[in-house]
Design a protein around this ligand. Structure first.
Ligand code: HEC
Ligand code: HEC
Length: 225
């Protein structure tokens, strides 16, 4: 048998332990203090460039903070793309009238206000350095002439795009992306979304498209958007 003094001691220790647990539970339920919350917000803010909308945080994991995507063309360069074009694409992805399996889950959850914020932000991002082109000056001149013949009416004199017909800015876009999208348009991969482009691409020989892509990707036309 334990002596009365030992029993009292054990009870006191248990009570102190219980009080400690209650205190921890209370502190946890209360959440971080105002000072802690401010520090957490500061750390999150540190990793987000100034002016970047909060809703772009997920997007940046693939499209990167500077909107440069991937030079191999698997992810387009979005920096400097026209605001109206970006809004139009995001709204169609969101509504399910255009499907890109990798993009659908991200686009669906965007609020209309977030679509505008992201589109405005990306359209204002500065030019990304363009890789030097392997094409000769002669090939670029030929590309410019073919572009003027087949594409200028919708994509603008310098490849800067057009809000009226919601045609994307193409100058400075990665060659790999332009080539892939032209192939997809020819094949009608995106269905009705590519209907306009499909009609155009069918009329231009593949070698001519290559020259147009080389001229566009070299950013020759679009020093300023
Ligand atoms: C998991 C990676 C990933 C995430 C996250 C992601 N994207 Fe994309 N996005 C892609 C890829 C890959 C493409 C190119 C798809 C293609 O061309 O088939 C793309 C294409 C796009 C396009 C161009 C669509 C077109 O017509 O070619 C826009 C605009 C875009 N993304 C915006 C966003 C925005 C805004 C977010 C965040 C809400 C986002 N993306 C999140 C991978 C991603
Ligand atoms: C009749 C108008 C029209 C003409 C002419 C035209 N395009 Fe387009 N193009 C569009 C529209 C509109 C889109 C946007 C489609 C979308 O948002 O889904 C587009 C999209 C594209 C895209 C995909 C860009 C992206 O952001 O996904 C490429 C690449 C392209 N055009 C290249 C060309 C080239 C090269 C030519 C000339 C050979 C050309 N286009 C001629 C209207 C046109």
């Amino acid at each position: 048998m334990l002596s009365a003094a030992v029993r009292v001691f054990i009870i006191v220790v248990l009570l102190i332990g219980l009080a400690g647990l209650v205190a921890v539970a209370w502190l946890t339920a209360r959440g971080p203090s105002a000072a802690q919350a401010a520090r957490i917000a500061e750390v999150l803010e540190d990793t987000r460039p100034a002016g970047e909308p909060a809703a772009y945080a997920h997007c940046a994991s693939c499209h990167l903070h500077d909107g440069s995507g991937r030079p191999d063309g698997s992810i387009p360069r979005l920096a400097g793309q026209r605001r109206a074009v970006l809004e139009n694409k995001l709204y169609r992805l969101r509504a399910g009238t255009m499907h890109l399996s990798v993009m659908d889950p991200y686009a669906r959850t965007l609020l209309p206000s977030e679509v505008s914020e992201i589109a405005a932000y990306l359209s204002r991002l500065p030019e990304i350095e363009i890789a030097t082109s392997a094409a000769s000056d002669e090939e670029h001149d030929r590309g410019a002439a073919l572009y003027a013949q087949h594409c200028v009416s919708c994509h603008g004199a310098r490849g800067e795009g057009h809000d009226g017909v919601l045609a994307s800015r193409l100058c400075g876009q990665y060659a790999g992306y332009l080539e892939r999208r032209l192939k997809e348009a020819a094949a009608g991969t995106r269905g009705p979304a590519d209907a306009i482009m499909q009609g155009v691409v069918d009329t231009v020989p593949i070698d001519d498209l290559r020259l147009i892509v080389a001229w566009l990707a070299a950013g020759k036309g679009c020093a300023s958007p």
